[in-house]
Design a protein around this ligand. Structure first.
Ligand SMILES: Cc1ncc(COP(=O)(O)O)c(C=O)c1O
Length: 432
């Protein structure tokens, strides 16, 4: 029982339903009280293998001793001074470490608190720095809940509708969906999406008025869909040709998740702006916008800012995260364990025609559930997630709700993958 509650007191579920806004969607109606390593504990004391990670955030698991120690130490020293008031050691240190993770010329960092916030920041940067207004995003993308981010989000109509007028001069171009639209042919999907952009520029929109493309190198909420490497390369070329900025939203796909530090590395490209959040501080609120110094200078001093962005406690956690990732070789672990998990899921696919597609790099794997024979099976997605929950495994869905997404911690062990695959196999049987 939760602290402070008597037998006949309303449950935490009843209390939060009564008090918290119904705007919040919830995957589970559990009350979560404690996390330790890769297990999350509910109010009945039951442990769950956590492959949801607070939606791709606690990539080192819960209560990581190094991260917690760094947080406690920083809390005792200094919790908050707004970055606008001066210089802070953990903030500068983390910026230096982050830049060291990125290719040149991505050398200058702006810290925010959340993914959405840095998406909005990037749109402002792109407009101010280029003097152009138009921004091109991609269908099925999720960039967050603030206004610019919402305007660029199309993974669900519910995230956009009723909010008009959304940001003007925003275009949504088709994301290359190889499995759904091109029978799995990545090159055909890539060519069609690039062709659309060429036609857009030839027929409707002057490229010289276009400030930026923004893309998730692997779409997250939209269904764990990797952009084909040829598409990212084509987009880079188009951007360079027309002086358009290429913004990579690596909020979900970055930080080792794809088996490389950044998902854009799989295509061998360098974006102009990289957006980071979620896993950067293992659960402390923090986000970063990284771009060349010259772009930040064109953005202009005082043109943007935040009271809490670059909070020293979050940055202290962020430093510990990067240290642990290096010491334990976690990007390589994500690649190796990811290949094993993909192989395990593909083996299950051979036995079950309801698994239409298994895709994604590293530990960012989408399993698309289908019926008749390849329409999205939304009911099955949620039934599987529920069946896994009953058996002690947390896996979320994404896309239309028919894609089971696998986001295990980056330091996941082979034995935990076997446990999870066993539960998923039982859940597939239970939902037949
Ligand atoms: C790719 C991507 N961008 C941006 C966001 C928004 O981040 P936040 O919820 O921290 O505002 C998300 C959140 O899921 C995301 O997946």
């Amino acid at each position: 029982m939760l602290e402070g509650m008597t037998d006949n007191a309303p449950s935490i579920q009843e209390r939060s339903t009564a008090t918290l806004s119904p705007i919040l969607g919830r995957y589970y109606e559990k009350a979560w009280v404690r996390g330790e390593g890769h297990r999350l504990f509910d109010s009945d004391g039951r442990a769950y293998l956590d492959f949801a990670n607070g939606i791709a955030v606690t990539s080192l698991g819960h209560a990581h001793p190094r991260v917690n120690e760094a947080i406690h130490k920083q809390v005792d020293e200094l919790i908050h001074v707004c970055n606008g008031l001066g210089h802070l050691v953990p903030v500068t240190r983390l910026a230096e470490m982050l830049v060291a993770e990125l290719p040149e010329p991505l050398d200058t960092v702006y810290f925010g608190n959340s993914g959405s916030e840095v998406v909005d920041g990037a749109v402002k940067l792109a407009r101010r720095a280029t003097g152009r207004t138009h921004i091109i995003g991609f269908s099925g993308a999720f960039h967050g809940r603030t206004y610019a981010a919402t305007s660029l989000t199309s993974s669900s109509l519910n995230y956009r509708s009723g909010y008009d007028p959304l940001l003007p001069d925003v275009h949504i171009a088709p994301f290359p969906r190889a499995y759904r639209d091109f029978g799995g042919d990545e090159e055909a999907a890539s060519a069609a999406s690039l062709d659309y952009l060429e036609r857009l520029f030839a027929e409707q929109l002057q490229p010289s008025r276009t400030a930026a493309f923004i893309i998730e190198p692997v779409q997250g909420e939209g269904g764990y869909l990797p952009a084909p490497a040829s598409f990212l390369r084509g987009l880079r070329e188009l951007a360079t040709r027309h002086g358009i900025l290429l913004i990579a939203d690596e909020v979900q796909s970055g930080y080792g998740r794809s088996g490389r530090m950044w998902a854009f590395e799989h295509a061998d490209i360098v974006p102009d702006v990289v957006l980071v959040a979620k896993a950067i501080a293992n659960g402390m609120p923090l986000a970063a916008l990284v771009a060349p110094r010259e772009l930040h200078e064109r953005w202009g001093r005082g043109a943007h800012g935040s009271t809490y962005g670059g909070n020293p406690v979050s940055c202290a956690a962020g430093i510990a995260v990067l240290e642990v990732m290096h010491e334990q070789g976690l990007v390589a672990n994500a690649a190796e364990r990811g290949a094993e998990l993909t192989a395990g899921l593909k083996a299950l696919q051979l036995e079950d025609p309801r698994i239409g597609d298994v895709r994604g790099p590293g530990l960012m794997i989408g399993v698309e559930m289908v019926k008749d024979p390849d329409k999205p099976d939304i009911a099955l997605g949620s039934a599987l997630s529920e069946a896994c929950l009953e058996r002690g495994l947390l896996v979320l869905t994404c896309g239309a709700g028919n894609v089971v997404r696998w986001i295990p911690p980056l330091d996941v062990q082979r034995s935990e993958l076997e446990e999870a695959l066993g539960i998923f196999q039982e859940s597939l049987l239970a939902t037949r």
